[in-house]
Design a protein around this ligand. Structure first.
Ligand SMILES: [Zn+2]
Length: 135
């Protein structure tokens, strides 16, 4: 499956890192860029001035990244966004179609899990300098 074809900058970098960190998830997931219409649609209900960094299709598990926004993030933050969306992608793939529909109405548990993934990544990054300092 062609992935990363439309990715550039920090989104492409994040995809390359995720191919190392989560090769199976990346192999199964189409990661593309969020176009102007997608950006418009995902901005509905989002506070003015902020934007959605990434989104996962609740039926296909395909991930779209807001590349313009991700380029403003640090490389690590961009990776966290993709890690978060990859977790959603796996959640979708683990579900039956009925469960996917039901998740549209209640996705709090899935959100918690996905945020935990990016939190753990951030925590791990903070651990590395701390450990080397204590040596
Ligand atoms: Zn999420």
């Amino acid at each position: 499956m062609p992935r990363r074809r439309t990715l550039q900058g920090k989104s492409d970098l994040a995809a390359a890192v995720m191919e190392q960190d989560r090769p199976e998830d990346m192999a199964e997931t189409m990661v593309g860029s969020l176009g102007p219409i997608g950006r418009l649609l995902t901005s509905i209900g989002v506070p003015k001035g902020s934007a959605v960094a990434g989104t996962t299709n609740p039926f296909t598990g395909n991930v779209k990244l807001n590349q313009g926004l991700l380029d403003q993030y640090s490389p690590e933050q961009a990776q966290d966004v993709l890690a978060h969306e990859l977790t959603h992608s796996q959640q979708v793939k683990d579900k039956s179609y009925l469960q996917r529909i039901l998740t549209l109405f209640d996705h709090e548990a899935d959100e918690k899990e996905a945020y935990q993934v990016s939190e753990n990544r951030a925590m791990k990054r903070r651990d590395i300098p701390l450990k080397s300092e204590s040596r």
